[in-house]
Design a binder for this molecule. Structure first.
Ligand code: XMP
Length: 327
């Protein structure tokens, strides 16, 4: 296989004008390659797949069939936003698959983090294969590969993303229009394509989603509590501007209860662990200094609004020794 190398002469895409020129060039290339054939895309709602989808919709409209698999481990409102932006606003040919029960049933009693990742990754490919086999006459597979993915897959670290290539589906070729771009350039291109900031500027989110933040064996009630607490954290970070400053911030909920008290009665509940880290390459990370009032507000909202959580803590551990995720 050819190794793709970004030409040194390629200008960094930093402005909307440069992004528009890139888009025009790619639209032409995509049309030349695809002709009147159909293209399939796994649209997770992450930055890269969303930008690929918007670019392909611009180039070939309904010849792009996007499949959004909701594995039940999305953050609050995430699948709804994919549907709103792509189906309602961009009029995309979007297949929405709610596979929540399938994934959660497979994960019952599975506590080992790597086992959880493996199950989620494999099940994702299976669902995607099943959906694509229902569709007829698809010639190409589009992917949101970006340049760092290509650099990393030269052996530095294994790819552990959900959404690997399905093996049983034969395609004439791949469409990977972002393969020479860095993440910041992908965001500029996304903005130039009119995608909302909530989609283009979003923080990194692991492929296995909340599955690796609902620590230990996942249960539906604890997953629900985690999702609600995480939504509160994100809302408050948006309100105070921290979401623009911090690289990654989220809640994890360990599989343990501590003793608490509510309305004068013993109340055993889960503990929400807040984490907010800054990093350049995710290999090491430092902790954001969050103002006390913000910590206090998030804590009091979570313990009053989220059923099942009676304690909130802020994780001050840098990487190393802690990894960014707890699992
Ligand atoms: P760690 O926890 O290893 O995380 O310090 C580094 C970055 O990688 C993300 N992460 C994942 N991303 N699939 C992904 O696509 C995974 O299984 C996975 N595990 C961790 C993590 O969120 C952080 O940004």
């Amino acid at each position: 296989m050819d190794i793709i190398v970004r030409p040194e002469s390629m200008e960094r895409i930093t402005t909307l004008e440069l992004a528009k020129a890139f888009i025009d060039e790619q639209v032409k290339k995509i049309r030349d390659k695809v002709g009147d054939k159909k293209v399939l895309l796994a649209l997770s709602g992450g930055v890269d797949s969303s930008v690929v989808a918007a670019l392909l919709i611009k180039a070939i409209g309904k010849q792009l069939i996007s499949v959004h698999v909701n594995h039940g481990l999305m953050r609050k409102g995430e699948s709804e936003e994919v549907i709103k932006v792509f189906r309602d606003e961009l009029d995309a040919n979007l297949v929405y698959v709610d596979a929540t029960d399938r994934f959660l049933n497979k994960l019952v009693d599975v506590a080992d983090p790597e086992q959880k990742r493996k199950i989620i990754g494999e099940e994702f490919i299976r669902v995607f294969e099943e959906e694509s086999s229902k569709l007829r006459g698809i010639s190409f597979l589009a992917q949101g590969t970006i340049y760092p993915d290509i650099i990393e897959s030269k052996g530095v670290k294994a790819h552990h993303n959900v959404g690997g290539l399905p093996e049983d589906v034969e395609f004439e070729g791949l469409v990977e229009p972002l393969e020479l771009l860095y993440k910041d350039e992908v965001r500029v291109v996304g903005r130039a394509l009119g995608l909302p900031s909530s989609m283009v500027d979003r923080q990194p989110f692991p492929g296995p989603g909340l599955g690796v933040r609902c620590l230990g064996a996942i249960t539906r009630d604890r997953l629900h509590a985690l999702r609600e607490a995480d939504a509160i954290l994100r809302e408050e970070f948006d309100l105070c501007g921290l979401s623009k400053k911090v690289w990654q911030y989220f809640i994890s909920v360990p599989d343990m209860k501590s003793v608490g008290v509510r309305d004068g009665k013993r109340y055993e509940g889960w503990c929400a662990v807040m984490r907010a880290v800054n990093t350049v390459d995710a290999m090491s990370a430092t902790i954001e200094e969050i103002p006390y009032e913000t910590l206090y507000k998030i804590t009091s909202r979570i313990i009053t609004e989220v059923e099942g959580i009676n304690r909130v803590v802020y994780d001050l551990t840098p990487k190393p020794t802690g990894t960014i995720e707890w699992e």
